[in-house]
Every structure is written in structure tokens, then in C-alpha cells.
Design a protein around this ligand. Structure first.
Ligand code: ZN
Length: 139
């Protein structure tokens, strides 16, 4: 069995931002040379998510609106976590809703997606370096 590991780095200029990272994951798969197996992609920071969905601008704004309704950033003093001198309690909650990782099957050397599926990095507390793990195992 072959095993491949790589960290991807992101520094989103705003507090929040969404990036389609499918091209980077595809590049990892090419580098790995693995034809049949599994590809795990997980955020390595607890205020960012990896998820799979449609690359459609309206939907992305809908996610943003929905998450801000569920866990608004402000007022920051309503969160117990922010008593630790942080202001990112909402980011931890948003990350938990959108998830930590995805696993994609690899078939015939390709990411074996369902219809319209793409992999996204969702930043909830940006303006600093964050990393994402890509782990691929198989033959
Ligand atoms: Zn925090």
C-alpha cells in the first residue's frame, strides 16, 4: 500500500472566506501516483472547515448567511469562549457545523465525485496562516 501526505496552507485576507481547493487536491493525487484508494482532506485548525458541495456563488452566500444566523460573530461578549480574550467563539461553532474533514474515493486515478461535488476550504477566523492535511492511501 502507498501512502501520501501533504499540508496545504491558506491565509484568507478577511475574517471569513471560501476557497475551492479541488485543483490542489487533484494535484496531490497526481503526485501520489495512487490509482485506487481513499483521500482524506481535513482542516488542521479548529476555526476552519473542509466540506463538499456545489461550486455555485449563490449557494456560498446562502451558507454564509445561514451560518451567521446560527452563530453570529457579534456581539462577541455573548459567548463564554470569548472571555478567554479571544473573539472567535462563532468560528468554532461554524467549524463544527460545516465539519472537519471529507473522504473521497479514488478510482482509476481520479477523485470519484458525485454530481457537481467539489471540495471547499471554509475559513471562519482568517488573516493568519492555516493548514489543511491531505492524506491519500491506496495502490
Ligand atoms: Zn477560540
Amino acid at each position: 500500500m502507498k501512502s501520501y501526505r501533504k499540508e496545504l496552507w491558506f491565509n484568507v485576507p478577511g475574517r471569513r472566506g471560501l476557497i475551492n481547493i479541488t485543483p490542489q487536491v487533484d494535484e496531490c493525487l497526481r503526485e501520489s501516483g495512487i490509482q485506487e484508494g481513499l483521500c482524506l482532506v481535513n482542516a488542521m485548525n479548529i476555526t476552519a472547515s473542509i466540506f463538499i458541495n456545489d461550486d455555485e456563488r449563490g449557494l456560498h452566500q446562502d451558507f454564509e448567511t445561514w451560518l451567521e444566523w446560527l452563530a453570529p460573530h457579534a456581539p462577541t461578549d455573548k459567548y463564554l469562549h470569548n472571555r478567554t480574550m479571544e473573539d472567535n467563539a462563532d468560528a468554532h461553532l461554524k467549524r463544527t457545523i460545516m465539519g472537519r474533514e471529507v473522504v473521497v474515493a479514488i478510482s482509476a486515478g481520479k477523485l470519484d465525485f458525485g454530481t457537481w461535488e467539489q471540495i471547499f476550504y471554509f475559513e471562519f477566523d482568517g488573516q493568519r496562516n492555516k493548514h489543511v492535511l491531505v492524506k491519500i492511501i491506496g495502490e
